[in-house]
Structure formats: structure tokens, C-alpha cells
Design a protein around this ligand. Sequence first.
Ligand SMILES: Cc1ncc(COP(=O)(O)O)c(C=O)c1O
Length: 391
Amino acid sequence: MTDVAARLQELRNQGLYRRLRLVDGPQGPSVTLGGREVLLLCSNNYLGLADHPKVRQAAAEAAIEWGAGAGASRLISGNMEPHLALESQLARFKGYDSALLFGSGYLANTGTIAALAGQGEVVFSDELNHASIIDGCRLSRAETFVYRHGDLDHLAWGLRQAGTRAALVVSDGVFSMDGDVAPVEGLFDLAQSHGARLMIDEAHATGAIGPGGRGSVSAAGLAGEVDLVVGTLGKALGSYGAYVCAGAETIDLLVNSARPFIFSTALSPPAVGAAAAALELLESEPERVECLRANAATLRSALASEGLATNRSSTQIVPIEIGPAERTMDLCELALERGVFAQGIRPPTVPEGSSRLRFTVMSTHGAEELERAAKLVGTAAREVGVIPIPA
Ligand SMILES: Cc1ncc(COP(=O)(O)O)c(C=O)c1O
């Protein structure tokens, strides 16, 4: 029998123990935490749509009209008109024939990878891909070739070794812990020339990069060409759930073989209604995306002025790498005490020795509050010894 207390103690000893924080109220640019107002810099509500009045209203109306829950999986009796309407809306937005909703991005990734690759085949996965992609590779029972981050030469070498066993290349569009963008064109060319499919996870790219926030695949001019585009409804689209865009035949295969789609209850009508309203707002108010980009640039340059390097980040995900887990959490706590709520990210979410304080920016932040936050974090970083105090 596993000793639960000993396992928890081991996590504490390694500085890896996690606990839940309680946020009071919706995900605005500031939130109340422990009775105090703090600047929220760790929410994925990038465009301020989770707390938008029209999105809340749409969720409420969907609950009134269609009920609080879907009652069953889509293939049993849970398939409703709002699901189909949102799938068409998402497919059109992303430039694809078809789309399929999933319960979450985690489920979309695990289910899709396992449906498209199997024993005897090889999946190619960037070393910094999200945990849900890693787990999808494991579940597929295919061999996984993990290529060095964004390294097309390494990927090409792996594809050559795999020959006809190459089934799927999979990458985050925007990397969730680093905020950099995948080399989508290069991935596409390599996948094509080796007869493998390409799947891009746009969880952090939708609403943030590309024309009108359409993501990294659109930014590369490959909408409708990359075989599969995954996205979540839980981040910029302010709701919950996820989707896969692809050709009609591939979507049909997912309906018939993606286990998280088949064996899980359909998305609830309020989640679907909220996402549909959020997508309408994204399309009708593309200036939100511009504002997000400008805010991200403001935070990156304000942190740089404090001597805090933001490495590869070119998006709204802005990490400062600290290294040791404990020191990262010291900085996280001190920043929070001073009113800046950013999350310390530790292994296994990031590789050993690369713990970081990760900021996520929203379009609804003000430039001055981001500059003030960077100053506060700079001072806190000097106090905990992350950057040397000038002599
Ligand atoms: C790149 C990436 N893919 C997928 C997911 C999972 O999405 P969801 O929160 O909808 O399960 C996340 C969530 O953090 C993510 O960062």
C-alpha cells in the first residue's frame, strides 16, 4: 500500500507541493484573493470574455432554453442543435470543413492522438508540448519520437528513421510555458514530405496570434491545409470545452474512435452558449486581439527594464525563468504579498531546474498597471536574490 503522507512529505521536501488558492469573483484583470485585491497575471481569460456580460448572458439563456446539462454523450442522446451550431461557427472561423467538440483540451488532445496513431507507428512530439499531448502519445501505444524544441533538423532526422511508420507530427502552436510560437510552416513541409499528418494545438494561440486571432496555423497561411487544429474553449474563448478542426472524413473517424468523445457526456449547453457568444465577440471586436498583443509587449519590455529576461516569449505568455523550485515560489509569494498574482511553475510542468514565474496578460489590463507590476516584481526579485542587488 502506498503511504500517502510520505508521498506528500516528499513533494514538500522537493519544493513541489501544490495547494489551491481561492479566488473570490470572476476572472477580471484584478481579483480578490484572501480578502485583498490583486492584479491577476495568471489567468488564460486573455480577451476578457469569461466575465463579459454578453457571454454570461448567453450561458444563462442556453441553460434556460436547453438545460444545465446535456444528459448523455453525443452518440447516445446528448447531441443538440447548439453543439452543431458551434461546430460550424468554429470550423468557419478556422477555415476548415468540419469541427468536433470535446469535453476539454486535455480530452481533445489525448483522444485525437490516440485515434490517429497506434501500435507500430511513430508520433513526433516537440519536447515542450503540453502534458495532454504527452499523455495522448502514451495512450496511443505508438512509439513517440520527442524532438528537440522547435528543431526541424532533429524532426527531419526522426522522420527519416521512421520511414513509412511516421503517422503524426504534433506541436503546440504557442508553447504554454514559454510563450514562443512553433515553426508551423517547417513542420508542415516536413510532415507532408514524409507522409505524416500534422496536428497543431492552438490552445494559447486562438484569440492571441494570427489574423483576427485565428492562431498560428492561419498566421502561417496554412488554414485548412494543416490536417488537424485543436483548440480550447477554456482560455481566450472564456468558457469550457474544446474542439478539433479537420476535414470531414477525419472528423468522422474521431466521432467513431476518439474515446473521450464517445465515452463522455456532451458539453453542457451553458458552456456551448458562452463559447458561441465569445467567438462572435472575437470576430466582431478584433481590436481585443491587438490590445492583448500591445499589453504583452508592454509587460515584456517593462520586465526587461527590471533586468528580468523573458527568453523566447513573443506572446501573451511571459515567463521569467528562475531555476530552483523553492526560490521560484519565494518570489511568487513575495510578489503576491505586494499585490501581483502570477503563478510559480515547477516540474513536472516544466523541465527540472527551469522553474519560472509565468505571467499571462489580458487585453483588459491597463498598460500602467502592467508597468507597475513589473517594477514590483523587479524589487521582489532583488530581495529574494533572483537578480543581484546593485552594489
Ligand atoms: C497547450 C495546451 N493544450 C491543451 C490544454 C488543455 O486545455 P483544457 O484546459 O481545455 O483542458 C492546455 C491547458 O492548459 C494547454 O496549455
